[in-house]
Design a protein around this ligand. Sequence first.
Ligand code: PRX
Length: 640
Amino acid sequence: MPGLSLPFEERYWPFFKYREACKRSRQDPEAFWGEEAGKLEWFKKWDRVLEWEPPYARWFKGGELNASYLCVDQHLTGWRRSKVAIYWEGEPGDTRLLSYSLLYREVNRVASVLKKLGVEKGDRVALYLPMVPELPIFMLACARIGAIHTVIFSGFSAQSLADRMNDTGAKVLVTADGGFRRGKAIPLKEIADKAVDLARTVEKVVVMKRTQQPVSMKPGRDFWLDDLLKTAETLVVPEHVEATHPLFILYTSGTTGKPKGIMHSTGGYMVFNHSVYQWAFDIKEDSVYWCTADVGWVTGHSSIVYAPLAYGAALVMYEGAPDYPEVDRWWEIVEKYGVTIFYTSPTAIRMFMKFGEQWLKKHDLTTLKVLGSVGEPINPEAWLWYYHNVGNQRCPIIDTWWQTETGSLMIAPAAGLDMPPLKPGSATFPLPGIDADVVDEQGQPARPEERGYLVIKKPWPGMLMGIYGDPQRYQTAYWDRFKGMFFTGDYAVKDREGYFWILGRSDEVIKVAGHRLGTAEIEDAVISHHAVAESAVVGKPDPIKGEVVIIFAILKADRVPTTALKGELAEHIRTAIGPLATPEQVYFVSKLPKTRSGKIMRRVLKAIAMGVAVGDLSTLEDAASVDEVKKAYEELKKEV
Ligand code: PRX
């Protein structure tokens, strides 16, 4: 039949905006992205759209711009100057509202503070803050002066904070006396002090007041933000930075113990975010955009700060726990601020499913137009619940697949162009300009319905610039697995209609409540405990959090396995990494199942943790024989 060999979107869609954009991007990617870049204000136009020297892509080389100018200054010339930029709600119920002109004033003053502290273009500034307006303000202030921010999630431990500051060589750390979470004041300054003791390069620490709890201040090193602001100037001219100047470094977990410092450029990142948020969410200046992630993750960078502000939209930012003081806190916030676009994680949706629909019924959610999901695969049941109960069957579910490395959304329904027919659990199709595919072990396109690896075949403007200080790892982590393709680390399938279904990680990365953790990173923390000789960490499927951390540990010969020691070990991991890595279960074993080549048989450990049989042994990824796996399973089962 004519037309049947065409991709799905070309056969069935009555609309053609998405199709057109995809076609143009395929025919002439540089012209396509050049046109997208032209939608932003540049101080100087680029000489070349793309310089591609694999594995390095330099986008818009020769161009000059400033991310803070795009997010703030450009809105001051028209009516947007007096519209809301940030609706902020603290956990205790206090609120703050910043118009674009107020945001402009604060960003300038903070940029002046940084300059007076000696921060210059290219310097790294670490931000370890709770979810308060100062976090986006400091990010934008760094961007204003060309400093590179590195935000460290405020749930990370002193050691994790120190490691990241040492890796970036941060000169200044910005933190707070504390932040509120579930009614408690988290002692951020205390944690920061321990970290600064371990940090080699941090010269100055700026402290903002949030909880008013007493903290110790080291004279000459620590400064109250309020004091510094007293002498701050109100105008700092935005630096004209090159498109390839790094905007930020953000750490994420990989397959080794050391987190990767993912580096993003100013030009490519801003252009890409500007385009995809319109395509996927149809974001506009009158949108009230609420992304519930923490700014400490990439979702927060793009969806709380840079994309909504570049559009002149209003963003909602909430400091605390979703179910505090009651489980309808989020719905109360949606109603109060008239949220139009709501973006959250499958873990959160599953948690609210458990609480029941009655909590939603108490609130008027009719302002909602679009609902988004990110961070982990969304199961059809949660998708449907979200669609029926939060969106009242009026709002599309925009399931967005992307990564810290990709800078922004890659595979998602293009609701801002033409909405494709949705399938619960599928992120649908790649956005225009994104050449994504599913390939087999050899890098050949997988057959429809065949599980393979998700790859990106062409560079895109949001692509990471590299791993900070580690070009070799950049090459091996992303470019060595399949020649000429960016390896995402995810399993995926395409169905017969070309829809993408993301199946989770194919590597040793686990996702706990959508947060990315490397098993090697946790294993390193476990063996740093004095009682442990060896350890293996696996992710166990969990109905709410997607996955939870399970630890298998071999104790040193003279140590006795006790319940108290299990608790001690869990606490040790919390201190080493942060509460998000807290294990769900710790098993003490006398040996770990390994292949002859010494590789841990993770599927055996997973089966044990899940309390199921070891399962289908027809594809033995771990290169062990069927008998070996069975034997290892039986032996270990006796032990735990
Ligand atoms: O496994 C994929 C999963 O999250 C990973 C990226 O994690 P991170 O860098 O922390 O960024 C998360 C937020 C952008 C991916 O490799 N992931 C992200 N979004 C989805 C997803 N898995 C399935 N469906 C998604 N929509």
